[in-house]
Every structure is written in C-alpha cells, then in structure tokens.
Design a binder for this molecule. Sequence first.
Ligand code: NDP
Ligand code: 8X3
Length: 255
Amino acid sequence: MNRIHGKNIVITGATSGIGKATALQFGELGANLFLTGRRNERLNEIKKLLTDKHTDISVHTYCFDITNRSACVEFVNSLQNDVDILINNAGLALGTDAVYELSDEDTDQMFDVNVKGLITLTRLISPRMKARNQGHIINIGSTAGHEAYAGGAVYCATKHAVKAISESTKKDLHGTNIRVSIVSPGMVETEFSNVRFKGDDQKAASVYKGFTPLTANDIAEIIVFVANRPEHVNIMDSIIYPVSQSSPTMIYRDE
Ligand code: NDP
Ligand code: 8X3
C-alpha cells in the first residue's frame, strides 16, 4: 500500500548517497520533495531526474549549509507547505584519529552537522507538526550510535547523540500522533568514506574491499518502509548491517 503519495517530505543531505537514493524512491511513490544540500549543481541534477520522470510531483531544492542557523531558519520560513515527513540525513565523519590526535576543526564540524544541524531542523519544523498533531521525523543514526569503535570518538559520539535526541524527541512528543524513528545503518558504500578520508578515494574504496557493503538504495528502502507504515505504527529504530558485518569493526572479507 502506498501511504506516501502526495506527502511533503524534507530530506537533508539529498545531494548524494542515502539522501539522494531516498529522494528518488519517494519520488517513485508520488511524494513532493524538499531537498537540501550545499552542492547546488547536484540539487539541480536530482530535481531534473525526478521531474523528468514524474510529472505529478513537485520538487524544490534549497542550497545551504546546515551548520548555518540563520540559513536553516530562512529555509523553514520559506516552506509554503506543511511538512509531513522530515528526514534528518545530512551527516559526515572526518578522519579516524584517536582522541588524543583529534583536530578542533573536525570535532566541531561533525558535531555542528550531525548533532546541531539535526537539532536545528527538528526544533524549527516540529512545532508545526505539533500544531497539526501529525508528522514523522526520521533521523539517520548509525551502528556507530550503538557501539563505539577506536578512531571514532567524535563520530560515534555524534551518532550516540542522534539516538538520544531521537528517544527524547519521541518522549517530548508523547501523546501526539507524531512519529519519531531512527534508521541505523552499518557500512554503506556512498561518498561517506571519500569525505571521511578527505578526498583520498583509494583509501575510501579500500573500506569496502573484500565484502559486499550495503548500498544507498538498501537504506532508502528501509527509510521508505519506516515512513510507509500505518499512522499508528512507529518503528523506533532499525539496525541494518551487510551480512558480512557483525559489529562496526567485525567485517568478514574474502581477501
Ligand atoms: P554522503 O557523503 O554520500 O552524503 C552526505 C550528505 O550530507 C550529502 O548530501 C551532503 O551534502 C550532506 N551534508 C554534509 N555536510 C553538510 C552540511 N554542512 N550542510 C548541509 N548538508 C551537508 O554520505 P551518506 O549518504 O552515507 O550519509 C548520509 C547519512 O548516513 C549521514 O548522516 C551518515 O552519518 C549516515 N550513515 C552513513 C553510513 C555509511 O556507511 N555510509 C552508515 C551509517 C550512517 P553536500 O555535500 O552537498 O552539502
Ligand atoms: C557509518 C558507519 O562504521 O563506517 O555510520 O563509521 S561506520
């Protein structure tokens, strides 16, 4: 059953990976899309992909940095439509430094995007959902938000924070019809590792060598499934690993 048709869906970080795949899958189901990211060319490409294929949906793009609070306010104020579903997806890891080697810049950027950006959009959009007593907030967590690993002090902390924020958000909205969910993937081959290794694409590719990682589409399918449940069903969290991965650091490789 398609419960998505005609819904207004905000997706942050829709220029690549999980966010882009999710936008394309929601487009197939007839959702109106409000897509954000910093790379305008990518946003335009995705809009064209969607509107060429689907004439019955509207696609709006918003180019801004989620760490810029006033840009977030401007974005939310510019929305003419009620938001039915907010997908807080924008996020990143920077480096795999041990805690005693971390840079302030990487630390700030991970917290600013993964935690503060997510809170800003939730804080700005949830009051309207609350007023309508309707909506769904889906936060993209990580298995790193369930189990920390060496070299991931900050990234893991931000994803543990996403889990905590999601649980608190659900409790803050207790008694309303607003659903709050987390989708927590293991290793997904996207631009995530290219960003983490700051453009060292060889190092990024080596992360996914010797086993079959998840794809962005695999996670988009889960996000769509979570969003497409009946109104009274709230999937709180879902942990998705590739079959070759049993924990953030246990990966069975062929070679
Ligand atoms: P990608 O690097 O492919 O996508 C990340 C998205 O976040 C991009 O669209 C990027 O857009 C956006 N983004 C990053 N920084 C900012 C910023 N300052 N302002 C606005 N948008 C920003 O990675 P994934 O698709 O893999 O990651 C999506 C989410 O999934 C993240 O939250 C990540 O932590 C999580 N995740 C990823 C896993 C993986 O293994 N890949 C596993 C578990 C969770 P732009 O650069 O255009 O601004
Ligand atoms: C990303 C998962 O374990 O590659 O959230 O850092 S991991």
